[in-house]
Design a protein around this ligand. Sequence first.
Ligand code: T3D
Length: 265
Amino acid sequence: MRSDFQHLVTQTSEHISTITMNRPAVLNAFNERMLAELNEAVADAAQDGDVRCVILKGAGRGFGSGQDLSEFSSANGSEEPLEVSKHLGKYHQLIRTLQEMAKPTIASVHGVAAGISCNIALACDLRIAADNARFIQAFARIGLVPDGGGGYFLPRLVGIGKALEMAMLADEVSGPEAERLGLVNKCVPAAELEQATLQVAQRLAHGPTRAYGLIKQLMYQGLDSDLASSLKLEGELQGRAITTEDHREAIRAFFEKRAPKYQGK
Ligand code: T3D
């Protein structure tokens, strides 16, 4: 992955790719450039066989404040619906790459995660939050609807009632409250966020990567399918998992009474 991004800092070490959004003066609000760079970095991490886990985080005092409001397209008085799908399409590409990459993704959230930044965190597989995290579905504050997959992920994570409350009232949800709601997997003291995120990432990066990719497929497709379809899919995916070297290694390790050494193959 290239490292000369203008608005990102990227680092890959021990099979973990860490991508840091880096526009701290505006709480990492998305301008066109940062969005394009994030799309590129996430796609690269998805393709890179050496990367087995991806961490997404923000520089400075927060995760992200959503779309940069100074680059916002608005209708300027017209009541004709604007064609925003082209612009949103670039966010949608990002959400889909995060979802479809066959390896785990973690959002490490401190400070504010507002608007589409919040929903990008929701599109990651796991979320670890600092106790100073502030999740805000900021859209209704400016008369908009949740985008970036918010209408899909939010009700699935917290239930329809809480999702509607968060989207309509747009109040802040703290890190501890987010943990209680199931919006994040874990909330830790801010000073421990980096280490807590790394610990989870290291476990995942040394785990059975191919099985993780299949687990993502099974779970995400399962959200929208009936039992019969999900059982059919699990049969197909298990048929693939069972042929992996990591599975064979795990069985060997079990009988040799040692920890398995997964190669991600
Ligand atoms: O077609 C489309 O693009 C539709 C897509 C929409 C996607 C969306 O994300 S819509 C939602 C956009 N985001 C917002 O509405 C949030 C706006 N920001 C805020 O409400 C507040 O800044 C926060 C609640 C996020 C944080 O408040 P606070 O008090 O901690 O920080 P602050 O002082 O407001 O912000 C610090 C600086 O960042 C400040 O600049 P300054 O005064 O120090 O020069 C502020 O203007 C700037 N900033 C914060 N958010 C944005 C921003 N600048 C541009 N765009 C932002 N989103």
